[in-house]
Design a protein around this ligand. Structure first.
Ligand SMILES: Cc1ncc(COP(=O)(O)O)c(C=O)c1O
Length: 89
């Protein structure tokens, strides 16, 4: 059995921990040929950030990378319809 150290395979954008908005261009710069998934929280109920997921999803799409967002704090409070978010890109 091969043990994989997942921490070595994940790139974190540190500003997301400080309550700042993630710059989609930072996401683009973090992409490598090995990137399989981009994941970001949509709304953070503790610090009040609403991340630019439509722009980040567009970058993921351009690179053929799967995109995931945790919208647990945004559904029912702010627009979260995928078709509408995608159409603004
Ligand atoms: C965006 C988001 N995702 C997930 C969770 C985790 O929720 P739970 O622990 O109820 O599964 C929280 C909790 O606040 C959250 O804000």
């Amino acid at each position: 059995m091969q043990i994989i150290d997942a921490a070595k395979l994940i790139s974190y954008l540190r500003n997301a921990h400080r309550g700042d908005l993630v710059d989609p261009e930072d996401v683009r710069r973090a992409i490598t040929p090995q990137t399989l998934l981009i994941s970001i929280m949509h709304a953070n109920n503790e610090v009040g950030t609403i991340q630019p997921i439509a722009e980040i999803a567009a970058i993921a799409r351009q690179h053929g990378i799967r995109f995931h967002t945790d919208a647990a704090q945004s559904v029912g409070k702010i627009p979260t319809k995928v078709d509408e978010l995608v159409s603004i890109c």
